[in-house]
Design a protein around this ligand. Sequence first.
Ligand SMILES: *[C@@H]1O[C@H](CO)[C@@H](O)[C@H](O)[C@H]1NC(C)=O
Ligand SMILES: *[C@@H]1O[C@H](CO)[C@@H](O)[C@H](O)[C@H]1NC(C)=O
Ligand SMILES: *[C@@H]1O[C@H](CO)[C@@H](O)[C@H](O)[C@H]1NC(C)=O
Length: 413
Amino acid sequence: MLLLNKFPAWLSAFALLLLTQEPVSTSEVTACGVAVDPPANIEITDPGFLGYLSIHWTLPTSLQNLTGCTVRYQLRYYDTYEERWRSVRTVKLTYAAQFDPEKPIKVRILTVLKCACTNGTEVQGEEKEWVYTPEPTGVAESRIRDFHCVYYGKEYMECTWESGPGQPPDSQHYLYYWHREMDETKECPEYIIFSEGRRGCRFPRESLLEFSKFNLCVNGSSPAGSLKMAYFSIEVQNYVKPTVVSSVHVSEIDGELKLDWSPPSGQVPEHCLEYEVESSTTMENGKQKQENMVLQNLEDTSYSVPREVESQKTCFRIRSKVNMYCADGGFWSDWSQTKCTENMETQCIPKLTYLGLVGLVVIGIAGVIILCLSLWILKKISIKKINKKDALYTLYKEKVNETMPTILSPIFK
Ligand SMILES: *[C@@H]1O[C@H](CO)[C@@H](O)[C@H](O)[C@H]1NC(C)=O
Ligand SMILES: *[C@@H]1O[C@H](CO)[C@@H](O)[C@H](O)[C@H]1NC(C)=O
Ligand SMILES: *[C@@H]1O[C@H](CO)[C@@H](O)[C@H](O)[C@H]1NC(C)=O
């Protein structure tokens, strides 16, 4: 009872409620002359781990003096997250299980007896069921919505949410979390804050624990009262989103298109990744062909495909996800950059020839025009020069005729 002081008020009431519901009627089932009653003093307590509750019970009084028997208990409880009954058998007087504190908690328990006097066959007592429906508290419609978590490259996790439709103004949100290696819940290490207020939490890798329940709770306060609590329980390894695949390289060897890439950076082990390759091929007739291929070959970061005869150009992009050998779920990474084959020979040569031909013709015509023009200009210049020379000569002759004997004159003709 001392512990109860630590628990939230509703759960203290809950534990007491279960105690008062203790069955008083004895079981119809008997073995070796005693009634096989259900366990006694059933109590469900909340150590404050956001839905990870402890169930305790004691041996029924009718079986206290029985010798030569083994007593076991069969406990069934409704897993509100998975929406199915789970069953365990134990010789212990306690069991801890994960519940969604927002939903009714249902527990069924019975005693299983195996004695020498029953020739070693098992006798099951009557099953008793307890159901607890939590009282709704908090401002109506104030529960947060669209809560989801993404564990980026196994380096850090972000959980984000939207505010409830009925959230009063000036509300403040709080996130608390717990996993089994923590002694108590802790508040979010780093809130993601938008102009509207806290809308997410960022967890560094060190604060997370894989392959174990990771419990979260988002509650809040406002001038109009506290907000409705929202509880979540996840296993973080199922929420991994790998980083983008980088260094994608395409090559063509002997009619084969080969794609190579490097595994995404981050903490996801290489053998835990699968890849999806998307190829889009442009055919000679201009049509597009798209194909997607999921590759589960462990640790293989290359992919080959024969080049289609009528293809002009093929473009690839690639993304990755944690495979089924390492987790039950996960998110696809963003697509890598698109990488295409170089233009194929079959198409680029005719294109070049055609372009070349047009070019040559243009250059040829231009050449001819320029040649004609230059010839014409040259001719013009030389004619002018001759004219000039002639004038000079006449002038000179006149002078010579005046001063020189006529015998020398033939030289200047
Ligand atoms: C068990 O034995 C004790 C003492 O030996 C006795 O007081 C008690 O009544 C017995 N209980 C039952 C259920 O027979
Ligand atoms: C146990 O076995 C014996 C013989 O093997 C038999 O006589 C007896 O009826 C059996 N008892 C029960 C409860 O099955
Ligand atoms: C929110 O929940 C945590 C953990 O249960 C609790 O310690 C805290 O007081 C709650 N805050 C509000 C405002 O309800």
